[in-house]
Design a protein around this ligand. Structure first.
Ligand SMILES: [Zn+2]
Length: 274
């Protein structure tokens, strides 16, 4: 739900995060495609230099209405280091006058309500496209707007993904789930929604930082257009840096989670606790 005020009200964390599973974040840059090239440097530079190798780049093979990712753009993204995540095929559900009126752009939740056959075809096309341009097939998937139908989990498993992202957690190939909520600054292009979303996001940030609870720090190209929202993101980053939080990649987060559970520290791997 990247079009409504952010909330992690349904996400619960272990009461006392232990040392292995505490005080880290996964840096993410969403909606990576050639038409946002002029923002890529600013988004990557948002994160400290030592965090760069951990950044997940959520790449959209053929963003609707713009040029597809080509080898030149792919090599530019690869030069940052980091992890490539397949983020839909064109990031569009379809034209919607109402959505455009309310949010300033079409409905972008590409996999919301999509039937399984069409979803599988888009996944395969996306994998082939990124495989050809980046030189390797991504091992992680994130549906645009974190919206996907239940049957997509099987499709992603069959396509060979290690896991996929939802708004409040990661879901692994073996069905395991990891509570790792996204702190999201993207609520569309309207200033109204941005003003509405900032206070609950501030509360979410406060809760996470107080508890040392790990999360994903997700940036979108449009975040740069909203000064107060961008300031909120930068203030968060500044605080993480000062307080010594670590940036870890998606794969490192999985490893930490497995370590946590194998040594029997506090934390739950039960989906019902997510
Ligand atoms: Zn997106």
């Amino acid at each position: 739900m990247d079009f409504s005020p952010n909330t992690d009200a349904q996400t619960k964390f272990p009461d006392q995060p232990q040392s292995v599973w505490a005080r880290f974040y996964v840096p993410e840059i969403h909606d990576v495609h050639p038409a946002m090239d002029d923002r890529l440097d600013a988004l990557a530079a948002f994160f400290p230099v030592k965090a760069r190798a951990a950044i997940a780049y959520l790449a959209v093979p053929h963003w609707a209405g713009d040029a597809p990712i080509d080898a030149a753009f792919a090599s530019r993204v690869k030069a940052f280091g980091g992890v490539i995540v397949l983020h839909g095929l064109n990031h569009r559900r379809g034209p919607s006058a109402l959505h455009r009126l309310v949010h300033g752009h079409d409905d972008r939740r590409e996999f919301a309500g999509l039937d399984a056959g069409e979803a599988a075809m888009r996944i395969e096309r996306g994998l082939i496209h990124l495989g050809e341009t980046f030189g390797e097939r991504p091992r992680w998937f994130c549906a645009p707007g974190w919206r996907q139908e239940p049957e997509l989990a099987d499709i992603l498993r069959r396509a060979g993904f290690d896991g996929f992202q939802l708004m409040d957690r990661l879901v692994l190939r073996d069905g395991g789930e990891i509570a790792l909520p996204a702190v999201n600054f993207d609520v569309g292009e309207r200033a109204f929604w941005h003003a509405l979303a900032r206070p609950p996001r501030a509360a979410q940030i406060r809760r996470l930082l107080e508890r040392g609870a790990p999360f994903r720090l997700t940036l979108h190209p449009g975040d740069l257009d909203h000064p107060a929202t961008w300031r909120q993101a930068r203030d968060l980053m500044k605080r993480l840096d000062i307080e010594g939080w670590r940036a870890v990649s998606l794969d490192e987060a999985v490893t930490l989670w497995r370590t946590l559970n194998s040594v029997g520290q506090a934390g739950s791997k039960s989906p019902s606790s997510l």
